[in-house]
Design a protein around this ligand. Structure first.
Ligand SMILES: Cc1ncc(COP(=O)(O)O)c(C=O)c1O
Length: 507
């Protein structure tokens, strides 16, 4: 019988509590100077530097590697630092007036969360404008903090009127007492890292650091940290991490691919922010989604660091750069945000499998799992032209009794889907109207499988774990036309796998 059960046994009908005084004690020295904090904003910063134990060893790295755990900030990211700093500075200058000003900011989400946190504590209304790509988890956190959120198209260039930057600036002109603190051009962005993040790294390592590696977004983190570290430890090599699809890295030839969309949030841009100083960045590493997200999962699984996607990019970049360091040298990698932002994204196995970021889970005991999807299983769906109006799409939906329509271009190639769910959401939540173009009602992000690539029933089952339907298409590589074949939902798959006895063991 275990100790635990013994001490919980009832004696004379009474439950005995543990004898804590007599148990073996582990008392850690208290490492915070302050006993009580006046508010949560005062808890920002002073994040731990943690030695990485497993990944560097497994990758044959000779130097010591340390993670700067920015994901442990109160709002969940490194951006809490700059949001707090920009707010304090604007209050001092009289630009922000508590109870009156409205904070408006274009962001990839984390600066928004930092600002919404500061706005909640100090009494401002807050409107955050962020691209569609950014996770729903970030949006829900913002809403919980009392902020209003506006989503903009991910593919819009920074200077396009529909981009998050341009929409925020338009709103700031229209809304009385609105203020944009502007992380891209505000010196408080790099300054928060010059005064805070870099000082902390130098303190932790007694001013003795050989390499620091950071992802680059607004570049406030890397530019601010680099300026301070180079002052006190000039030999330190500063490495910037920039995804393919962005133009921040130098030399330009490194940015081999066109400006494009990638999954990792918060790093990379299609313009050079003022908070970037390329002169203090010695080396750039370009990163891809697959290796970044796999590395983020490894940081969680192998090192127990509950970090986000760009932490994986930074770590992947750090492993490339740290190969040049010798035993005894020190490399710091900064982990910007936390797992919470991505619970339905790269933390989900089916999400990773759907994008081929990790192999499809094997289920050898299910005979149907590896069988190909055949056309006869698929429910045909009606198509509408992308030149139709939302009212015409609604009429087709009603008449067909379906809940999903394929939206096709003049070559009959699939460009998106029109769904009852999305149309309802647009009309209910966004004050949208059926007089808008169909484009505004067309869903572009949905799960699909291409019969040309022989998808398996197992893959469809995994996709149905995270989506209400899967669109089935057949593509023609020469014409680049993608014809919609139809739809598969849980019922279609369920009835097939439960009645198809040819797949059942023993038959
Ligand atoms: C998740 C994440 N990683 C990295 C960064 C990059 O930080 P910075 O804007 O200081 O370059 C950001 C910025 O928003 C971020 O949200």
């Amino acid at each position: 019988m275990s100790n635990h059960v013994e001490v919980n046994n009832k004696e004379n009908g009474e439950r005995k509590f543990f004898n804590l005084q007599e148990m073996p004690h582990i008392v850690k020295a208290l490492d915070r100077n302050q006993k009580i904090y006046p508010d949560i904003l005062n808890v920002i910063g002073n994040t731990p530097l943690v030695k990485l134990t497993k990944i560097p060893k497994a990758e044959g790295i000779k130097c010591d590697m340390y993670a700067k755990c920015e994901f442990l900030n109160p709002g969940g990211s490194v951006k809490d630092r700059i949001a707090h700093r920009m707010v304090i500075d604007a209050e001092k200058k009289g630009i922000l007036k508590p109870g009156k000003s409205v904070v408006v900011e274009p962001t990839s989400g984390n600066t928004g969360i930092g600002l919404a946190l500061a706005a909640a504590v100090r009494g401002y209304k807050c409107i955050i404008v962020l691209p569609e790509k950014m996770s729903d988890e970030k949006v829900n956190t913002l809403i919980a903090l009392g902020a209003e959120t506006i989503r903009t198209p991910t593919e819009a260039a920074w200077d396009d009127p529909t981009s998050n930057i341009m929409v925020a600036h338009r709103l700031a002109k229209e809304i009385p007492n609105a203020v944009i603190l502007d992380q891209y051009n505000n010196p408080c962005n790099p300054l928060a890292h010059f005064d805070g993040t870099a000082e902390e790294i130098l303190w932790s390592l007694d001013d003795d650091v050989d390499m620091v590696v950071m992802g680059a977004g607004t570049c406030g983190t890397i530019s601010g940290v680099a300026h301070k570290i180079k002052e006190r430890c000039p030999r330190c090599v500063v490495v910037g991490v920039d995804p393919y699809g962005s133009i921040l890295a130098q030399p330009e030839e490194l940015n081999q691919t066109d400006v494009g969309v990638y999954e990792v949030e918060g790093i990379g841009y299609d313009f050079l922010p003022r908070s970037l100083d390329r002169n203090v960045i010695d080396k750039w590493v370009k990163t891809e989604d697959k290796s970044s997200l796999q590395m983020a999962r490894r940081l969680i699984r192998d090192e127990g660091l509950l970090c986000g996607a760009s932490s994986g990019s930074a770590m992947w970049g750090a492993l490339q750069a740290a190969r040049s360091l010798k035993e005894g040298q020190k490399c710091v990698v900064l982990l910007p945000d936390n797992i919470r932002n991505y619970m339905t994204k790269f933390i989900s196995d089916p999400w990773m499998e759907a994008r081929d970021f990790q192999p499809l889970v094997k289920k050898e005991n299910l005979p149907w799992w590896g069988k190909p999807v055949t056309e006869d299983l698929v429910q045909p769906i009606k198509s509408i032209s992308n030149s139709s109006s939302p009212s015409e799409a609604l009429a087709t939906l009603k008449e067909s009794g379906a809940s999903v329509l394929a939206v096709v271009d003049n070559k009959q190639s699939l460009v998106g889907v029109f769904t009852a769910d999305n149309a309802r959401r647009r009309l209910a939540n966004l004050a949208g109207s059926t007089s808008e173009g169909l484009e505004k009602f067309t869903v572009k992000k949905f799960y699909k499988v291409d019969l040309t690539h022989k998808p398996t029933l197992g893959l469809v089952s995994r996709l149905l774990d995270i989506a209400p339907y899967v669109v089935v298409v057949k593509s023609d590589a020469s014409t680049k036309v993608e014809n919609s074949v139809g739809l598969l939902n849980s019922e279609d798959l369920l009835f097939h796998i439960s009645t198809e006895n040819k797949y059942t063991n023993g038959n």
